[in-house]
Design a protein around this ligand. Sequence first.
Ligand SMILES: [Zn+2]
Length: 109
Amino acid sequence: MQYCCPQFFNLCNEAGTRGVGLIVDASETKPAFFLQWRGVEVGEDTSSLSSALPLELATELGILFCPWCGVDLNKFYRKCVGQMSRPHLRLSRSGPCADRRDSDSSDDQ
Ligand SMILES: [Zn+2]
């Protein structure tokens, strides 16, 4: 499989680990690409963590173009997106990120 650039390849290999990774989700009608930041790795036990402040342990941002070389991701990867797809590494859409988006939009009013 050919990647658009070494930076994109490296982030695909970092998916699900602590730090920044790239997640591809081809489980829906149109494949989606996400930059994901994780404070903990997938599967790490976070039950002992506590904080007086609300902390985000992971977040993700959808992207359409490669941030380094600029290719249109859906066009470049259309033939191999199924191989790259790892929807199980995505954050839950009903989790804390979704809740925060809901409250952010109500702040705009
Ligand atoms: Zn690229």
